[in-house]
Each structure stands twice: as structure tokens, then as C-alpha cells.
Design a protein around this ligand. Structure first.
Ligand code: SRM
Ligand code: SF4
Length: 565
């Protein structure tokens, strides 16, 4: 492609010498807490974003100071699994170099916030010492591969996790830049052996995400992934994966050329063909994705531009085999199971609810310290979930009582009395760290939930499970278009109210009202809760009720494509 046909970002990637840019110089520059604009773009591939504390912006501006620059660091934890020793390293890094919190993300990993430039290198090096990398946690590459954390059986979880690890490793960038910059490895830039066989020098046109679901649990929201894999397991044996392509949530307000889209199921592959199939999807996207307009560069737009069947033909041509017809599967929920469950190997798993995934020590809620105490004694592992919760996993039965004692002692036992909506509430980070936030999200959830619960109480619906998703802007980091109820930020205190997704992550919601404040949101929901309480059929979910009763237009089919208004 000629230079005129690619974006500035493409030029920066092409000239970066496989993601090196001038990051070393930017990091060493003592004059500013920031790094250069070009390096900023490259830093993402290394797992970090430059941010500034938006709560302090105005004050700093008045004082003629540069913004309070700081960095977010995102780890790569395939399948969200980490050992107690790794937990203790995260805890140490959070307290030493970040803002004293750990944030479980909607893609099953940890983010550290508030890391100053001078502390980036020690933080990333310390994570690597604990065998946790941050490479490709962000950037135009395959990101953290997520996998069902809640499957009903232990072998199914192991299978999903093993494949998440294999995909994550196989699709990792090959550049040594990461090791040079953060881990002081000898410089090899320009060396003859160094290349990116899969990605090439300009990597992908945009981020790429893979998730593995194990039916009947869709806790990864498999249809929101660029490449969604639905594990087909029979009697403990993995037969293979249904392949869903082109899921994605991001959109922009008022721009109908951007939209959330659910993945389209295009076939089935056996396990030995999975890696090649994933590579094939990435190659087609690499060569056909839009490199001029980043807004239209995700796989979902490539597919809609090429046509699904043309995309599939191109994929099969590249991988050299035909996909088999997809196999039957069925999901029944996309949430987490709280409390203790027993695996079929006699080990136990305890799912704790972590509001918005934020682990901190707050008055009366010493959750971060509680988890540190648990990690010091725990003999199994931890699993982070895509609903921002935490599973203390693989606990021997002899250790259960001790874990319960610590959970109670550190007030981590909130999961015992959750309302139906609180069990299914997810909120993105938004303010003060996210540079794209238009409204509050994580900080708003604790205020909003009691108000929603009060309304639900009035209508006798307290225990009714309802999927609630909050996002501070339409980029969709909490996967809000899959919420039975969703608020998508427009401006401070104002949101689009979207309703009517299903309970299993297979139907997008629709906007009911745009740009409204809390009072209007609560009024709308009060009316709808009243109707739901009196008109629903037995076991009917809130989202399904809204569609059946005609409050919202019926979608053409369950897994559909929506044009975003
Ligand atoms: Fe996200 C950008 C946080 C999951 C779609 N996302 C951002 C940034 C980095 C803002 C930025 O670009 O400056 C946010 C940093 C906030 C902060 O202060 O930490 C951010 N995204 C998050 C996290 C932490 C939200 C959370 O509350 O957990 C999630 C981290 C996931 C991870 O561990 O890798 C997160 N982001 C998602 C998801 C959900 C998912 O992947 O399952 C989506 C929707 C799915 C998708 O990709 O379509 C998502 N984030 C976006 C987008 C829109 C992309 C698009 O195609 O249009 C952006 C903006 C962008 O890329 O330009 C974005
Ligand atoms: Fe930021 Fe928007 Fe993502 Fe929320 S949805 S974290 S506000 S980019």
C-alpha cells in the first residue's frame, strides 16, 4: 500500500523497528512525566498506556503544570489463571509502584493504574520476574486470550485454559524489543533472525481478541470476540471448536458506520486445526483490514465489507482446508456462579464478587489485604473472570474452612447476599484514568446499584437475575451492548439507556432513550419493572420480556448485526 493510503499510526508502526521506536529515550527523558506521541502508540504493544489523572486536570492546568501523567500497565494472563506466588507479586507491585489497587478487567487480567514513568520499568521487570508478561496485552495484535472460568467440570476448564495458553503463546509477537527495553536484554534490532512471520512489520490494522467458551457457560461473551471459539466437549473429550468471527462492541455516538456486532458462526474445526485456523483469520484481517481509517479497521468491518461468505472462502483458501459444519451447542447464562462449587477431582472453587473488579483497601473493606492473606496460605490457584470477579480455585477440602475464615475476616463475603442485579453487574473503568471516558462508570456503579435495588424491591424483583452493564463511553469495554440493561455514557451524568439483550450473550440490546440523566433512567426502569413483575411469563428474563412485550423492536434473529444509530 502506498503511504497515502495508510494512517499515521501505520507509518509509526512501519518505522518502529519492530516496536522499538524511541521508547528507551522517551523513558529516560527527565524533563517530562510523559513520553512522545509516537512512542505512546508503540507502548501499547508492550502492555501499557499513558494516561493522566483527570480529576487533577483542571487544577494542574490552572497551576500551569503539565497533566498528572501516569501509566496503566496491563498484564497478559491467558485464561485469567495465576498462582498464589504471582498474586503476591501483583500485590507488591500495586503497593510499591502503582496506586495501591489491582483492577480485574473484563478480559480476565489485572491492570495496575497510577504508575509513574520512572516506575514503569521496575514494575514490568518485576512482573516478568514472576513469569507474567505484559507484551501484546494492548496494541494491534492478538490480545489476552480469555477462556471460560466457570465451566461445570474440571476437565472442561483445563481444556479451555490449555487452549487459551497455546493460542496466546502461538500468536505472540516475536520481536525482541520488549526484552531489550524492559528486561535489559542485549540489543538485537536489525539482526538477521528477527522478524514477525505472522504479523509483519506493521502488525494488524487494529486490536484482535480471542475467547473460548465452554457451553452452557458463556461467561466470556464469546460473540463479542473477533474470534470466538465454542468448545464442543462430549464425555470429557474435546471434539473441537465452533468458530465465530467478527464480534466486537466498539462504536461512536452518532456515527452509524460504527456499530457493535455479534460474531457469526462459520463452522467447526478439530483441535489440531485450531492454531492454523486462528492464524488464517488473522492473516485475512492483516491483509484486508482497513489501514487508513482506524475506526473501521476491526475484523467485524472487514467481514461486513468483504461479505461473510467471501471472507470464509478466503480463509479456507489460505488454511488449505474446509471448515466442517458447526456443531450443536447451547448457552444458558453469561454470568459467574458465586460461592463454593466442587470440581470433579474433589477440589473446591470459591467465587467472590469484586465490585467492578477493583481490589483496594477501603475503610471496612480491606479486600486487597484479604486477598494477600489468602494468597499467602492458598495451595491452589486463582482465576479472574470476564465479569470482573475472582475465583479462589483448586482448594483442597482440608483448606476450605481456613479460606472461609479469611474471607469473613477481610469482609470479602459480600457474595453471600447479592441481589439478582448485583450478581450480574459489570462496569468499565472510565474516570479518572480513562482518557476516552465521557461519563463515570466504575465510580457510579456503587451509587446506582442501591437505587436500582430499591426499585426492584418495590416490585418484588430483588432476586431476579438481570445483566447490568455500565460504560463511560460507547467503546464498550464492559460489553454494554450485551446488557439486559445498559448505560452508555454521553456526558457527565448522562447516558443512553439500552435494553433488551438476552441473558446468554446472544442478542444485542437496543437504545430506548438517549442522553438522559439518572432521574429519567430510574423513571423509565420503574415503569418497565412494574410491567415485568405483572406481565412476565414463568421464568421469563427481563430482556426477553421487553422484546416479547413489544417495548423494543424484535431482532431479526438471535445472533444479529445491529446498525448503531
Ligand atoms: Fe477497552 C480502550 C479499558 C475491555 C473496547 N479500554 C480502552 C482504554 C485503553 C482507553 C484508551 O484507549 O485510552 C481503556 C483504559 C481505561 C483505564 O483507565 O484502565 C480501556 N477495556 C478496558 C478494560 C480495563 C475495561 C474494564 O473495566 O475491565 C478492559 C481491559 C481488557 C483487557 O484486559 O484486555 C477493556 N475494551 C474492552 C472490551 C471487552 C472485551 O474485550 O471483552 C471491549 C469491547 C470488545 C471490543 O473490543 O470490541 C473494549 N476499549 C475498547 C475500545 C473500542 C474498540 C473498537 O473496536 O472500537 C477502545 C477504544 C479504542 O480501541 O480506540 C478501548
Ligand atoms: Fe474508557 Fe469508554 Fe472503555 Fe469505559 S468504555 S473504559 S470509558 S474507553
Amino acid at each position: 500500500m502506498s503511504d497515502a493510503l495508510v494512517s499515521e499510526f501505520e507509518r509509526i508502526k512501519a518505522n518502529s523497528r519492530l516496536l522499538r521506536g524511541t521508547l528507551v529515550e522517551s523513558l529516560a527523558d527527565p524533563v517530562t512525566g510523559a513520553i512522545s506521541d509516537d512512542d505512546n502508540k508503540l507502548l501499547k504493544f508492550h502492555g501499557s498506556y499513558q494516561q493522566d489523572d483527570r480529576d487533577l486536570r483542571e487544577e494542574r492546568r490552572k497551576q500551569k503544570l503539565e497533566p498528572a501523567y501516569q501509566f496503566m500497565v496491563r498484564a497478559r494472563l491467558a485464561g485469567g489463571v495465576l498462582s498464589p506466588a504471582q498474586w503476591l507479586s501483583f500485590d507488591h507491585i500495586a503497593r510499591t509502584w502503582a496506586n495501591g489497587t489491582l483492577r480485574i478487567t473484563t478480559r480476565q487480567t489485572f491492570q495496575l493504574h497510577g504508575v509513574f514513568k520512572r516506575d514503569l520499568k521496575p514494575s514490568i521487570a518485576a512482573l516478568n520476574d514472576a513469569l507474567v508478561s505484559t507484551i501484546a496485552a494492548c496494541g494491534d495484535v492478538n490480545r489476552n486470550v480469555v477462556a471460560s472460568a466457570n465451566p461445570a467440570s474440571t476437565p472442561a476448564h483445563r481444556l479451555a485454559y490449555r487452549w487459551a495458553e497455546r493460542l496466546s503463546e502461538h500468536l505472540k509477537p516475536k520481536t525482541r524489543a520488549y526484552h531489550e527495553i524492559w528486561l535489559d536484554e542485549k540489543q538485537v534490532a536489525g539482526g538477521e533472525d528477527e522478524s514477525e512471520p505472522l504479523y509483519g512489520a506493521t502488525y494488524l490494522p487494529r486490536k484482535f481478541k480471542i475467547g473460548i467458551a465452554v457451553p452452557p457457560t458463556n461467561d466470556v461473551d464469546v460473540f463479542a470476540q473477533d474470534l470466538g471459539l465454542i468448545a464442543i466437549i462430549q464425555q470429557g473429550e474435546l471434539l473441537g471448536f465452533n468458530i465465530a468471527i467478527g464480534g466486537g462492541m466498539g462504536a461512536s455516538h452518532g456515527d452509524p458506520s460504527t456499530y457493535p456486532r455479534l460474531g457469526s458462526v462459520i463452522g467447526f474445526v478439530t483441535p489440531e486445526r485450531l492454531l492454523r485456523t486462528a492464524e488464517g483469520v488473522i492473516e485475512v484481517q492483516r491483509d484486508h483490514g482497513d489501514r487508513l481509517e482506524r475506526k473501521h479497521a476491526r475484523l467485524k468491518y472487514t467481514i461486513d465489507r468483504m461479505g461473510l461468505s467471501a471472507f470464509k472462502t478466503e480463509l479456507e483458501h489460505r488454511i488449505g482446508f474446509t471448515l466442517q459444519p458447526s456443531r450443536a451447542y447451547g448457552f444458558d447464562h453469561n454470568g459467574d456462579r458465586y460461592g463454593w462449587t466442587e470440581g470433579d477431582d474433589g477440589r473446591w472453587h470459591l467465587t467472590l464478587q469484586i465490585e467492578s473488579g477493583r481490589l483496594a483497601d477501603l475503610p471496612g473493606q480491606p479486600h486487597l489485604s484479604g486477598l494477600r492473606a489468602i494468597a499467602e496460605e492458598h495451595q491452589g490457584d486463582f482465576r479472574l473472570t470476564c465479569n470482573q470477579n475472582l475465583i479462589v480455585a483448586n482448594v483442597p477440602s482440608t483448606q476450605r474452612a481456613r479460606i472461609d475464615t479469611l474471607v469473613s475476616e477481610y469482609h470479602l463475603d459480600g457474595y453471600r447476599q447479592l441481589s439478582g442485579i448485583r450478581r450480574h453487574a459489570v462496569a468499565c473503568v472510565a474516570l479518572p484514568t480513562c482518557g476516552l471516558a465521557m461519563a463515570e462508570s466504575e465510580r457510579y456503579l456503587p451509587q446506582l446499584l442501591p437505587k436500582l435495588e430499591a426499585l426492584l424491591d418495590q416490585h418484588g424483583l430483588r432476586d431476579e437475575p438481570i445483566v447490568l452493564r455500565l460504560s463511560g463511553c460507547p467503546n464498550g469495554c464492559s460489553r454494554p451492548y450485551l446488557g439486559e440493561i445498559a448505560l452508555v455514557g454521553r456526558a457527565m451524568g448522562r447516558y443512553d439507556l439500552r435494553l433488551g439483550a438476552d441473558f446468554i450473550g446472544q442478542r444485542l440490546n437496543r437504545p430506548l432513550r438517549e442522553n438522559i440523566d439518572e432521574a429519567e433512567i430510574l423513571r423509565e426502569l420503574d415503569t418497565l419493572f412494574a410491567r415485568y413483575a405483572s406481565e412476565r411469563t414463568q421464568d421469563e428474563r427481563f430482556g426477553d420480556f421487553l422484546v416479547r412485550s413489544g417495548v423494543l423492536p424484535a431482532p431479526a434473529h438471535a445472533i444479529d448485526v445491529e446498525v448503531f444509530a
